[in-house]
Every structure is written in C-alpha cells, then in structure tokens.
Design a protein around this ligand. Structure first.
Ligand SMILES: Cc1cc2nc3c(=O)[nH]c(=O)nc-3n(C[C@H](O)[C@H](O)[C@H](O)COP(=O)(O)O)c2cc1C
Length: 175
C-alpha cells in the first residue's frame, strides 16, 4: 500500500508553468501553504514531469484551483506529458498580473508564484513559491470565503474524485 494515501482525500490543483508555446499544465495534489506573511506555498513535483523543467528554467509557476466541472481537463493535465495536451483541454490561458506564466481564466482562482526556494526530497522536488499576484472568481469566493456550491475538487484515489457537500459543521453544535 502507498502509505501517503492515508492522507487522502486531498484537494487537486493545476500547476501552470512556462510561457508562449511552451506553456504547460499538470495536475498536482501535493500543494500546501507554508507562510501567511509573506504568503508562501509549496508544491512537490517529480523531475519526470515536463512542468519540473519549466519551473526550474523560469523560476515561476501558477497554482490554479479547478472546479469539478473541469475534471476531464484536470485528468488530461494529470496523465499526459508536455504542452501539446493543452489543445485537448478547454483551459483558457490568460495573462497573469504579476508573472509571465499565464493563469487559467476559467479556474476558480490562480495564485501567481515566484520560486524562492527548492529542495529535493526523495523522488520529488519541493518548490517554494512566494505568491506575488492572484485572481479569483467572485462567485467562488464571495467576500473572500469559499462558496461550496462552486464545486471545489478533491482527489479520492486514482480515477475517483469528489467535491464537498453543502453541509457545514461547527464545533460544539452537535451533529
Ligand atoms: C490528480 C492527480 C494529482 C497529481 N499530483 C501530482 C503532484 O502533486 N506532483 C507530481 O509531481 N505529479 C502529480 N501528478 C502527476 C502529473 O500531473 C502527471 O505526471 C502529468 O502528466 C505531468 O505532466 P507534464 O509531464 O506535462 O508536466 C498528479 C496526477 C493526477 C492525475
């Protein structure tokens, strides 16, 4: 058994890297927040990924938040190699506000990152990015908080994905 699967379900994101014809996308579960001020996030990327080469070369990446409606495109991003796959998706690449790497216009949010650190851990490289720009859908984040109806995507196992129910639990209120 792959022990890391005991940490699932995990949210699934899209990492965008590169620019121009070289722009590439990959699915990524292994994304985390590291610091609030400055805002630092990290993503573990295998050196086997074309995305890894692009992040190494350009020292920037975008973490995009897809919705469950985008699952077919997420699956293409997570199973095919290199920029040609973008033609098979409906990802709308749009200019980012703060970096050269494009964002995904139809995603729920985009975090524009400049690489400030990286380190190899086992078979992945952990890239730390400072978030220097962002964009988001006002419908998905009214008043800055997530609206569950937007269909946030999480990964259960292999080809199985889930989204969140609308039921909200609060501590001390019973179930
Ligand atoms: C749901 C899902 C999550 C994934 N998460 C990661 C991840 O966190 N890190 C990673 O290196 N690869 C991850 N992968 C694998 C890459 O997305 C996949 O190998 C992709 O084809 C790489 O594309 P590229 O070679 O064009 O960069 C994931 C795949 C899927 C389907």
């Amino acid at each position: 058994m792959d022990v890391y699967r005991l940490l699932y379900p995990m949210r699934t994101y899209i990492v965008v890297a590169g620019r121009g014809d070289e722009t590439n996308v990959m699915a990524a579960d292994w994304v985390t927040v590291l610091s609030h001020e400055p805002t630092l996030i990290g993503v573990a990327i295998s050196p086997k990924r074309f995305t890894w080469e692009l992040v190494k070369r350009y020292r920037e990446f975008v973490v995009s938040v897809p919705s469950v409606e985008m699952l077919d495109d997420v699956w293409v991003a997570g199973t095919k190699h290199g920029p040609g796959k973008l033609r098979e998706t409906s990802f709308e690449l749009v200019p980012s506000g703060s970096i050269e790497t494009p964002s995904i216009g139809n995603a729920l949010a985009n975090l524009e990152c400049r690489v400030v650190d990286e380190r190899d851990y086992g078979d992945h490289t952990f890239f730390v990015g400072e978030v220097i720009g962002f964009s988001y859908s006002k419908k998905a984040f009214p008043s800055g908080k997530p609206h569950l109806g937007a269909g946030f995507l999480a990964h259960l196992s292999w080809m199985d994905f889930v989204t969140f129910s609308n039921k909200i639990y609060r501590p001390g209120k019973g179930r």
